[in-house]
Ligand binder design. Structure first.
Ligand code: TUI
Length: 310
């Protein structure tokens, strides 16, 4: 079994951890990288100097390559884009927009650039702009999503570009990884499963909410604002969806979600907070160390791709 992104990124296993806001901090990123995958620090809406500190702390915990995810809706994105160069970060992934304006600076610094895209059009644009690979992320994912499923999106992106495609959305185990390979993917990005990793600093209420979740327990808010977000259904999503149905304006909706991810991840308020998660939350049964998660996924994917049944 050969996946092209291991050589590209200098890692052992073709598994990238999602750059999740508030969740993907240095402890989780280092644990995934030490386990042979690519850990990511999620810069989310953090100020650039906080991101620099996170990078420094990650370097203390691992000698392996790790990356930074830059969320392009972040007003600090310009500064964060410079910090990754100054700190010698090897890989950048981006979300929620186009990173074209940073591409020259990053390429010159030898940073591998992997935009997360939710459409064929964006994938082609990113290839032309010089991306080294793309993550094709289906709407099964948690957080900010597009509108096409992973099963439909990945092969269409694979057919449209000549750079490696990394599949994301709905992948949590060896079966998902083997399936991604069948679709032509050269690696996978996994978010939700790593939220429940032992090394993840997420509040135990949040982890328990994901362990308890069933297949149909996530919902999508923000369709009306153009920024759809998948999270576990709770009091907050019920109120949000009711307001959306009534035609509430953007500012009124924003009031509900301001700081709501932090409330869930850090304070453990899974009732009024935003419990972002993908549709595979129902598959997660227990907290496990990153190393065991990655070993299990690789063992099962390898067996399946060898033609064995699990
Ligand atoms: O970015 C994500 N997932 C995220 S970001 C996030 S933080 C956030 N908080 C509040 C509001 C909004 C975001 C939580 N989860 N995934 C990668 C991703 N990128 N999914 C979809 C896209 C995307 C969307 C549009 C990529 C490019 C794009 O193009 C922009 C355009 O104008 O077409």
């Amino acid at each position: 079994m050969k996946f092209a992104i291991t050589d590209l990124l200098g890692i052992e296993y073709p598994i990238i951890q999602g750059g999740m806001a508030w969740v993907a901090e240095h402890n989780l990123a280092a644990a995934v990288s030490n386990a042979g995958g690519l850990g990511l620090i999620g810069a989310a809406s953090a100020p650039a100097e906080i991101v620099r500190e996170e990078i420094k702390k990650c370097k203390e915990l691992t000698d392996k390559p790790f990356g930074v995810n830059i969320m392009l809706l972040n007003p600090n994105a310009d500064e964060v884009a410079k910090v990754v160069v100054e700190e010698g970060v090897k890989v950048v992934t981006t979300g929620a927009g186009s990173p074209a304006k940073y591409m020259d600076m990053w390429k010159e610094a030898g940073v591998k650039v992997i935009p997360v895209v939710a459409s064929v059009g964006m994938a082609k644009l990113m290839e032309r702009a010089g991306a080294d690979a793309v993550v094709a992320e289906g709407m099964e994912s948690g957080g900010h999503i597009g509108s096409t499923t992973t099963l439909a999106l990945v092969p269409q992106v694979v057919d449209a570009v000549n750079i490696p495609v990394i599949a994301a959305g709905g992948i949590a185990d060896g079966r998902g990884m083997a399936a991604a390979y069948m679709l032509g993917a050269q690696g996978v990005q996994i978010g939700t499963r790593f939220v429940v990793a032992t090394e993840s600093i997420v509040h135990e209420n949040y982890k328990n909410q994901l362990i308890r979740a069933k297949d149909i327990d996530s919902t999508v808010t923000g369709m009306s604002t153009g920024h759809p977000i998948r999270s576990i259904r709770n009091k907050m999503t019920k109120e949000y969806l009711k307001l959306e149905k009534e035609g509430a304006d953007f500012m009124e909706l924003e009031k509900l979600t301001l700081g709501s991810l932090r409330r869930a991840v850090i304070d453990g308020d899974v009732v009024n907070g935003t419990v972002m998660a993908g549709q595979i939350a129902g598959m997660i049964k227990e907290e496990m160390p990153c190393k065991d998660i990655i070993q299990e996924i690789m063992r099962d994917a390898t067996a399946l791709l060898d033609g064995k049944r699990l």
